[in-house]
Design a protein around this ligand. Structure first.
Ligand code: AMP
Ligand code: ZN
Length: 394
């Protein structure tokens, strides 16, 4: 084991309760020497675990910059709870990961990269079937999207500014005989990665998709939308590099999302988003899920965080479906109801028949998290599962 040391930092600005989690998760990206970061609930102390190579003074200065940019002048968001079913009865109170690992139902191929066995796969397939009922309710058109996403389009929608920390880049060896031969001869996995020099790799044209619905908007770019509205559905692999926060099944580098996507006028998108929520309320009841739906914000990076999070809150752009995790007395987002206003319409020049930019929204479910939260609440004995799930699984 490499040696570690502890660095205690007293934040220049006290961290308000609503930012404790948000700042803590950003500290993973402050310096490669940080192995773990903990912000005290009280918000007046940060404890960093450093790999021995770290320069403490420099790291502390960077941590203080993050605190200052995210916390100074921040106003607590007004959290609105749209549904509260947290008291729904559950029958399990352990972390299902322990049992899943013991049964070899999940295998961690590498940090944040998991393989799932028959139980998790059947559960996910079943839950996806229920989400497809939502899609069918809206007569959503099916789409298939690639795992790679165009860097050019991500740039057009300012993704690099908003979420740079969680990007995953796709590259390949440069088209050069000497480079390819040298790579073939010498490439080895050493220490924490491949030993090949960065200059062997091409410029980035593509990334691994961080979300599903963006592909639809890109495909509609630079044209008026025929008929002025569209409802689509797709499932896809998504990638969000979560650094030291990748510590359990809760946060994966590679996960899958099923989305139902709404494109049209403001009223159309807002109405469909609300109908989605009401439709899913009945389904979640059948699944016996203890959860709540509340206003939320996306995990914008440090410089953009304060402004963007406040904006999302003010206009109620994001509602999260947060499932209870009884074993740790907390909740986990298993899905979200999103409204993007005319953001994609403006950036991608997609117009309504009257020439104005289109509005978009989506309902998104994180499939691994839905199965994980279900097992966290109802355990591994099908006899104790809600009837709908018990009867549907072999
Ligand atoms: P979002 O677009 O951020 O609202 O994501 C939609 C859903 O995807 C979330 O509610 C989660 O269920 C899931 N999700 C997002 N990030 C991750 C992750 N790193 N690991 C697993 N699931 C995730
Ligand atoms: Zn989406």
């Amino acid at each position: 084991m490499p040696e570690t040391s502890t660095l205690e930092v007293t934040p220049v600005v006290a961290i308000p309760p609503h930012l404790v989690g948000q700042i803590q998760s950003k500290l993973a990206y402050v310096d490669e020497a940080i192995a773990a970061a903990q912000v005290a609930e009280s918000g007046d102390r940060i404890t960093l675990t450093l790999r021995s190579a770290g320069n403490a003074a420099e790291i502390e200065a960077k941590v203080q910059r993050v605190v200052q940019e995210m916390a100074q002048g921040s106003i607590a968001p007004r959290v609105e709870i749209l549904e509260d079913h947290l008291a729904r009865p559950v029958s399990y109170d352990a972390d299902p990961l322990t049992e899943l690992l013991a049964r070899r139902e999940v295998y961690e191929e590498s940090t944040g990269i998991f393989t799932f066995g028959p139980l998790m796969s059947r559960l996910i397939e079943y839950f996806e079937g229920r989400f497809l009922q939502l899609a069918a309710h809206f007569e959503a058109q099916p789409y298939r999207f690639p795992t790679l996403m165009s860097a050019k389009f991500l740039d057009r929608v300012d993704y690099f500014k908003a979420f740079p920390h969680s990007l995953t880049f796709a590259t390949h060896l440069r088209e050069d005989l000497d480079i390819i031969n040298e790579f073939a001869e010498k490439a080895k996995y050493e220490g924490h990665g491949l030993n090949s020099p960065a200059e062997f790799f091409s410029q980035i044209q593509a990334l691994l998709s961080p979300a599903v619905c963006y592909h639809l908007y890109f495909s509609l770019a630079d044209h008026p939308l025929p008929n002025g509205q569209l409802i689509a559905t797709a499932v896809g692999n998504c990638f969000r590099y979560e650094s030291n926060n990748l510590t359990s099944l809760e946060r994966l580098w590679n996960f899958t999302m099923r989305e139902v996507i709404f494109v049209g006028s403001k009223d159309f998108v807002l109405e469909k988003r609300e109908q989605s929520r009401l439709f899913m309320q009945k389904i979640f009841e059948e699944l016996g899920l203890a959860y709540q739906v509340e206003t939320a914000n996306d995990p914008f990076f440090v410089g953009e965080f304060r402004k963007q999070a406040a904006f999302q809150n003010a206009f109620q752009l994001k509602y999260e479906i947060r499932a209870r995790l009884p074993f740790k007395d907390s909740t986990l987002a298993i899905g979200s109801y999103n409204y993007h206003q005319d953001f994609f319409g403006r950036h991608l020049d997609i117009t309504l028949p009257d020439g104005k930019p289109i509005h978009t929204g989506c309902t998104a479910f994180g499939l691994e998290r839905v199965a994980y939260a279900f097992l966290a609440q109802h355990g591994f004995d099908p006899a104790r599962w809600p009837a709908a799930v018990r009867e549907a699984l072999p």
